[in-house]
Write a protein that binds this ligand. Structure first.
Ligand code: SF4
Length: 209
């Protein structure tokens, strides 16, 4: 019997995509364990742990079982940082099941996967990202932490095509972060920056995971 690829999984659950352009769409989330960064504001620190070992076949089986009661078209691979792990077999299996696949990444790692949607969120304080995402990212999400300033937004905005939206996402939907996001948006608009939008974590408002 061929050896099964083993993944470390934090959780698998149906919900809605709460962030970015796909906001509001029914989505099954596979949260992979582990992350190569340790952001102080991380709201999924539990995914830094080892997680449960599951073969790709077991993960696909779980998704298959979820589908009849939650017939979502999309699966989102998130974390932690999902690209710490080799996801090639999982993505291939999901595509075979006719899912659209989104990857949410901090963008410091890149794997050439046949996914439909790379959603990137470079993190402070360096906001570094792999150059492969310049053309491949469908959206860029910037968490509005106290370190985010207009010069940073301007630098990053210049490095991506205008058609790629930038979302200013409040840190855990906090009020101070929304106020700062609005201030940064105004600055960006006045400076003629294109395709920058305010955002919100919709799933938290709905009390969902
Ligand atoms: S990159 Fe994301 S998952 Fe990793 S520590 Fe930072 S916020 Fe958390």
């Amino acid at each position: 019997m061929p050896q099964q690829h083993i993944l470390k999984i934090a959780e698998i659950f149906p919900s809605i995509q709460g962030e970015g352009l796909r906001q509001g769409e029914a989505t099954i989330f596979i949260r992979l364990s582990g992350c190569n960064l340790k952001c102080s504001f991380c709201d999924t620190k539990y995914a830094w742990k080892e997680g449960q070992e599951r073969s790709t076949a077991q993960v696909l089986e779980k998704i298959r079982k979820l589908r009849p009661r939650f017939p979502a078209q999309w699966v989102c691979l998130t974390g932690g940082e999902p690209l710490v792990q080799d996801l090639a077999e999982l993505v291939k299996g999901l595509k075979k099941e006719d899912f659209k696949v989104q990857v949410e990444t901090n963008a410091t790692l890149y794997r050439p996967l046949p996914v439909d949607w790379y959603s990137i969120s470079p993190k402070p304080d360096k906001y570094s990202y792999r150059a492969e995402y310049r053309e491949r990212a469908k959206e860029v999400k910037l968490i509005v932490t106290k370190n985010l300033d207009f010069e940073l937004i301007r630098r990053l905005r210049k490095e991506f095509p205008d058609k790629t939206p930038f979302f200013l996402q409040p840190q855990s939907n906090r009020k101070w972060s929304m106020i700062l996001g609005m201030k940064l948006l105004k600055q960006a608009l006045k400076a003629g920056q294109k395709n920058i939008r305010l955002s919100i974590q919709l799933h938290k408002i709905y009390g969902l995971r």
